[in-house]
Ligand binder design. Structure first.
Ligand SMILES: C[S@@+](CC[C@H](N)C(=O)[O-])C[C@H]1O[C@@H](n2cnc3c(N)ncnc32)[C@H](O)[C@@H]1O
Length: 213
């Protein structure tokens, strides 16, 4: 869900850097060929990810939830020269599509896609992170946060997508909705965690942006 008035959204897009031709093609091909294209971050959120990444010039980026690779390529724009981006997805069928676009990009040698359950893969990665993007199954957001927080460098950034969950997090009548409950717990957990400074940006479906103190 987009919380912005459509006219304001369009105005914001009109005053936001264009997608690169490769990202535009990835966006288009995802909409033509892949199920659930609304999962893709898209132009406005992609530029936000790019600008945030460029602002910290990360050496190591971890993405949880690759899908077709759009957000990974946006964040890769900020990588330092010798930096690396690891992106994890449980869906092996999506990998050839995403990898084709990674290979076409200038970040080809800096991006590694890992296939499997992120909760199993993260502990195997012996890295410290400057930027982590959490964008996989909502039930596990708190588990992903716990799995990465100790390995995020001071000053490093963590971003979690969909934290407003189409506004369901504010709906008092919703009961037994596991994803909404999990996201509410996650948002409260972050808000109470003195290890991070956080802001919930009501952009697109809600982005929680955190800096490790
Ligand atoms: C919202 S999409 C990611 C969108 C992508 N980050 C973007 O912005 O273009 C969520 C992805 O998480 C993956 N996923 C779900 N559960 C997962 C898990 N346990 N481990 C790794 N990936 C998972 C799904 O297969 C899906 O491709």
């Amino acid at each position: 869900m987009d919380f912005l008035d459509p006219l304001i959204n369009q105005y914001a897009l009109d005053h936001t850097e264009n997608e690169s031709p490769l990202l535009n093609e990835l966006n288009r091909q995802t909409h033509i060929n892949i199920l659930q294209p609304r999962m893709l971050s898209g132009h406005l959120q992609g530029r936000i990810l790019s600008v945030l990444s460029k602002s910290i010039r990360p050496k190591n980026i971890l993405e949880i939830g690759t899908y077709t690779g759009y957000s990974a390529l946006c964040m890769a724009e900020g990588l330092s020269k010798d930096g690396n981006l690891y992106t994890i997805d449980i869906n092996e069928e999506i990998a050839p599509f995403a990898e084709e676009f990674f290979d076409k990009s200038q970040y080809k040698n800096q991006i590694t896609m890992l296939i499997g359950d992120a909760l199993n893969i993260i502990p195997e990665l012996n890295e410290n992170w400057d930027l982590v993007f959490i964008d996989a199954d909502k039930e596990n957001y708190s588990n992903y946060y716990d799995a990465i927080i100790e390995n995020v460098n001071v000053g490093g950034m963590i971003i979690a997508d969909n934290v407003l969950w189409s506004g369901k997090v504010t709906n008092p009548t919703l009961k037994n909705d596991f994803e909404t409950e999990a996201l509410k717990k996650f948002n409260t957990k972050v808000q109470n965690d003195i290890r991070v400074s956080n802001t919930l940006m009501p952009v697109r479906d809600g982005m929680m942006v955190m800096i490790k103190n």
